[in-house]
Write a protein that binds this ligand. Structure first.
Ligand code: GLU
Length: 301
C-alpha cells in the first residue's frame, strides 16, 4: 500500500510539474501541450575518429549524415508539413549523436522510414543510423545492431475517451485493434491472441490507425505508451488506457557489423545521461505528454 501511495504521489508531482510551464516552448513546436523548458544545445565534437567504423567513413566521405526517423509521432519524431522541420525526443537524440560525431544539424538529412522498413533501410545503407521508437530485441539483432537503450517504453492502448469497455489487453476480444506492420506491438497482439485475427487492422503508420480510431472504424490503437500519449495530448477525444503490458527499450539502429560506431554512440548517450543533457531533452519534448522520465541504463549489445 505504501509503495502504491508513494507512486501515486510521484505521479501527481509529475503531472503538476508538466502542467506548469506551457507557453512558447520547443515542445509546443512538437505539438505537445506540456514541456515549457528549453532544449539544450549540443557541443560539437572536434577531430572525431571512429577507427574501424565503415559507417563513419561513409559519413565523412559524404560530409553529412542521413538519419532514419519517424514523421508522424508527436513528441518523438514529427514532421511539420509546411516547414518540413522535424521535432521531438527522437530527433533531439539523433542531433545529439550527430554532434558527438562532429556534425551539426545543418549536415543532417532526415529520412522518414516506417516501422516495417527499418531493418532493410539500415542494412542497405539508406540511413547511417536510425532513431525512431525502435525496440531492441533479439530478432532484430540478427539483422541490425543497437546502441542504447536511450529510453524505456511499454505497449499500451489508445481508445476513444467515451469508451469504457476497453481497460487493458485482456478486454480486446471482439474489438478491432489497429497497429503497424513490422512492429513489436502487432506481433504481440498476434502471438498472445489478444483479439481475433480478423479484427487486427494493419497500416504502415500509426497516424493512419489514429484516423481510423476517430472515424470509429477501429476500437483501439496499440503501440508504445510514449507514442500514444503524444496522440492523446493533441486530441482529447482519445485517452491512453495506461496499463503498459510490455517492455520496449528504444535503441539507435545501425549496421550489424559496426560495433565501433555502436560503442561510440553508447559513449555519447552515456555522457548525455550523466551531464543532464538527456533530461533536458526529455523535459522539452516527451515530458510534455506526461510520461515520467525514467533514465535508461546503457548496455553494450
Ligand atoms: N517500439 C515498437 C517497435 O519498435 C513500436 C513502435 C514502432 O513501431 O516504432 O516496433
Amino acid at each position: 500500500m505504501k509503495i502504491r501511495t508513494l507512486a501515486a504521489g510521484l505521479l501527481v508531482g509529475v503531472l503538476a510539474l508538466t502542467a506548469c510551464g506551457k507557453q512558447g516552448s520547443p515542445a509546443d513546436e512538437a505539438g505537445l501541450p506540456g514541456g515549457g523548458t528549453q532544449l539544450p544545445t549540443y557541443t560539437l565534437a572536434q577531430n572525431v575518429d571512429v577507427p574501424g567504423s565503415a559507417t563513419f567513413a561513409r559519413i565523412n566521405s559524404k560530409g553529412g549524415l542521413t538519419i532514419g526517423v519517424k514523421d508522424d509521432q508527436p513528441g518523438l519524431g514529427q514532421k511539420d508539413p509546411t516547414t518540413g522541420k522535424y521535432t521531438g525526443f527522437d530527433i533531439e537524440i539523433a542531433k545529439l549523436v550527430a554532434a558527438g560525431l562532429g556534425y551539426d544539424e545543418s549536415k543532417i538529412a532526415y529520412k522518414t522510414v516506417d516501422s516495417g522498413a527499418r531493418e532493410t533501410a539500415i542494412a542497405n545503407g539508406d540511413v547511417d543510423y536510425y532513431v525512431g521508437t525502435y525496440t531492441i530485441n533479439d530478432k532484430r539483432k540478427q539483422q541490425v545492431s543497437f546502441a542504447g537503450p536511450y529510453f524505456q517504453a511499454g505497449q499500451d492502448l489508445l481508445v476513444r475517451t467515451d469508451d469504457n469497455s476497453i481497460t487493458g489487453p485482456d478486454t480486446l476480444k471482439g474489438k478491432k485493434v489497429c497497429s503497424v506492420t513490422g512492429s513489436t506491438p502487432i506481433q504481440r497482439v498476434r502471438d498472445q491472441g489478444l483479439t481475433e485475427p480478423a479484427n487486427i487492422v494493419e497500416f504502415q503508420k500509426y497516424s493512419q490507425c489514429v484516423d481510423k480510431l476517430a472515424t470509429r472504424d477501429v476500437d483501439a490503437v496499440t503501440t508504445d505508451d510514449a507514442i500514444l500519449k503524444g496522440y492523446a495530448a493533441q486530441d482529447n477525444s482519445f485517452k491512453v488506457v495506461g496499463k503498459p503490458f510490455s517492455q520496449e527499450p528504444y535503441g539507435i539502429g545501425l549496421s550489424k557489423d559496426d560495433s565501433a560506431l555502436r560503442n561510440k554512440i553508447d559513449d555519447i548517450l552515456q555522457t548525455a545521461l550523466d551531464d543532464g543533457t538527456w533530461k533536458k531533452i526529455y523535459d522539452a519534448t516527451l515530458g510534455g505528454s506526461g510520461s515520467p522520465a525514467t533514465k535508461p541504463i546503457i548496455q553494450r549489445y
